[in-house]
Design a protein around this ligand. Structure first.
Ligand code: F6P
Length: 553
């Protein structure tokens, strides 16, 4: 029998949604005591519980059929084998190759096996990091390096920044700082506490053309020289990570200190490459290899597990279920871990820059929703901020709870308290609280007051969430976690028939900024809309108050 096509499955899912919509998850749990058993998956130190979702086995079967009809398996195979699936940039997409062992099957791009190059660059970066840690690489004046300042933005910043923060307990002896924002507060505050003789600056930019990064790099070099360091020391204290080695050398960085990135790895997928250097410096080479191993373990799981038990595929399908069939517009990601507090920022770029697209691969406008709004911050902080809306607001916002099962800090019972709160939130979102339950909680009050208060204390519940438990927040598990989300995003992109690997949408504003910057520097006729003209004018009057007459339009 022929398999149904994508359109037919979508229609079946629509019909199925009308059956599921009135069902409450409370009921699903009450009628199936095995629900957790049947709806959780484990992989090494990671457990995904997706039983608190508005789904049945039939939902899962239909969603898996959708993934099959969309060609997820074929596209995954194309990606891992080096096919140029990033059509608008004519590039292969090979972040998974970055975490392959050196003796893995070759992966070819334009007829060349990329694995030797990958491992050559990896070894160079790991050696450099270890030499900083053990003091073999010293400053130009012979002092031990104590600080490493990573200057990059977007994908050249977020992945490493999150990993360094998340793996704080694995920190070695070098302090790692990150500067990304062009707002000069960032670079000024970072430089304030540093000694030029003992600091390495790492300029990380795939293109080596990103103005924010180059501005900060120039500011760092200016500061370095102003501290009395000679020009000849720049090449020793400044290193670069880029796919444009020549441009990095033009900046004054010695070729031996430029670590190569590859064209076929997108910025937001690049933490596994030399862009991970700050992570290597922070936690050491051996730990970084574990980070790669964790990602590779997730790749193996993703490439070889049937959809029904495939962790990234399940997460992707649940996102499609709510986004395309329930009208959900957003998705919250809440790590119950202070050290993972920046993880939502990394995910925002990974997910929204990848799947914020309105054209199909063929260039047609889509007539369905693609990527949603990803947001979040660390629990329990966010319980005291935006959780009210998750529980009693009018919108459906699925949540991913990421919860480490242990803490290396052992401060009283704080970790247990934190985990209890996370589990309680998953339960509260799922169960809700009925009017009768609210009334009975208020039974100590006069009946009239119960009547008034009880409606405010009811919760609709039936709000979906996934729980992603990590037995420990270590390099291996962090690698699995990040790779899990990479594959989730990929699967959704395939289902939506979009290119998850370009980012033309961020270019336009950058181009316009190039016109506005000189207009802010010097008065000249303005040709924008009246709002933009007005804003430029106001800036001019604030910064040049004495001569602040209006711009000549
Ligand atoms: O602004 C978007 C972007 O192009 C991201 O995709 C990228 O990660 C970031 O800028 C930085 O780019 P680069 O590494 O080339 O400096």
């Amino acid at each position: 029998m022929n398999k149904p096509d994508r359109r037919t499955i979508q229609l079946s899912l629509q019909d199925h949604q009308t059956d599921i919509a009135p069902l409450h998850m409370r009921h699903l749990f009450e009628t199936d005591k095995q629900r957790f058993e049947n709806m959780h998956e484990t992989l090494h130190g990671l457990l995904l519980d997706y039983s608190k979702n508005r789904i049945t086995e039939e939902t899962l079967n239909l969603l898996c059929d959708l993934a099959e009809a969309a060609g997820v398996a074929q596209q995954a195979q194309a990606m891992r084998s080096g096919v140029k699936i990033n059509l608008s940039e004519n590039r292969a997409v090979l972040h998974t190759a970055l975490r392959l062992p050196a003796d893995a099957e070759p992966v070819y791009v334009d007829g060349e096996n990329v694995l030797p190059k990958i491992h050559h660059e990896l070894e160079r970066a790991l050696n450099f990091a270890d030499n900083l840690i053990n003091g073999h690489y010293q400053g130009a004046t012979g002092k031990r390096i104590t600080d490493f300042v990573h200057i990059g933005i977007g994908g050249s910043d977020l992945g490493p920044q999150v990993a360094v923060q998340a793996l704080q307990p694995f920190q070695q002896n070098i302090r790692v700082h990150f500067v990304s924002n062009s707002d000069d507060a960032a670079i000024a505050q970072t430089l304030a506490g540093l000694n030029a003789e003992t600091t390495i600056f790492c300029v990380a930019s795939k293109s080596f053309r990103t103005p924010e990064t180059l501005l900060n790099a120039r500011a760092a070099r200016h500061w370095f020289l102003a501290q009395g360091m000679p020009e000849s020391a720049v090449g020793h204290h400044f290193i670069a990570i880029s796919s444009s080695v020549e441009t990095a050398c033009d900046f004054g960085i010695g070729e031996e200190n430029v670590f190569a990135m590859f064209e076929w790895v997108g910025g937001r997928y690049s933490v596994w490459s030399a862009i991970g250097l700050p992570v290597m410096v922070a936690i050491g080479g051996a730990n970084f290899r574990q980070f790669l191993n964790g990602a590779h373990a997730m790749d193996e799981h993703f490439f070889h597990t049937d959809f029904r038990h495939n962790i990234p595929v399940l997460l992707a399908l649940l996102g499609v279920w709510y986004g395309n069939f329930f009208g959900a517009q957003g998705h919250a990601v809440v790590p119950y871990s202070h050290n993972l507090r920046r993880f939502p920022s990394y995910l925002k770029q990974l997910d929204m820059e990848s799947n914020g697209k309105y054209r199909t691969l063929q260039g047609d406008e889509v007539d369905y929703h693609t990527g949603g709004i990803v947001f979040g911050e660390a629990g329990v902080d966010c319980q005291h901020a935006f959780f009210q809306l998750l529980h009693q607001g009018t919108r459906l916002i699925p949540v991913d709870f990421i919860i480490p099962m242990s803490s290396p800090y052992a401060v009283g019972d704080q970790h247990r308290f934190t985990v209890a709160n996370a589990f309680a939130q998953t339960e509260a979102l799922m169960r809700g609280k009925t009017l009768a339950e609210a009334r009975s909680e208020l039974s100590y009050l006069p009946e009239a007051e119960q009547e008034v208060l009880a409606p405010h204390k009811t919760f609709p519940g039936n709000r979906p969430c996934n729980s992603i438990l990590l037995d420990e927040l270590n390099p291996f598990n962090l690698g699995m976690l990040a790779a899990m989300y990479e594959h989730k995003v990929f699967v959704q992109g395939v289902i939506w028939d979009i290119n998850s690997f370009d980012q033309w949408g961020v270019e336009y504003g950058k181009v316009l900024a190039k016109t506005i910057e000189p207009e802010l520097a010097q008065r000249q006729p303005l040709h924008h809309d009246s709002s933009t003209n007005g804003l430029i004018d106001y800036y001019y009057r604030c910064t040049q108050p004495l001569t602040g007459q209006k711009n000549p339009s």
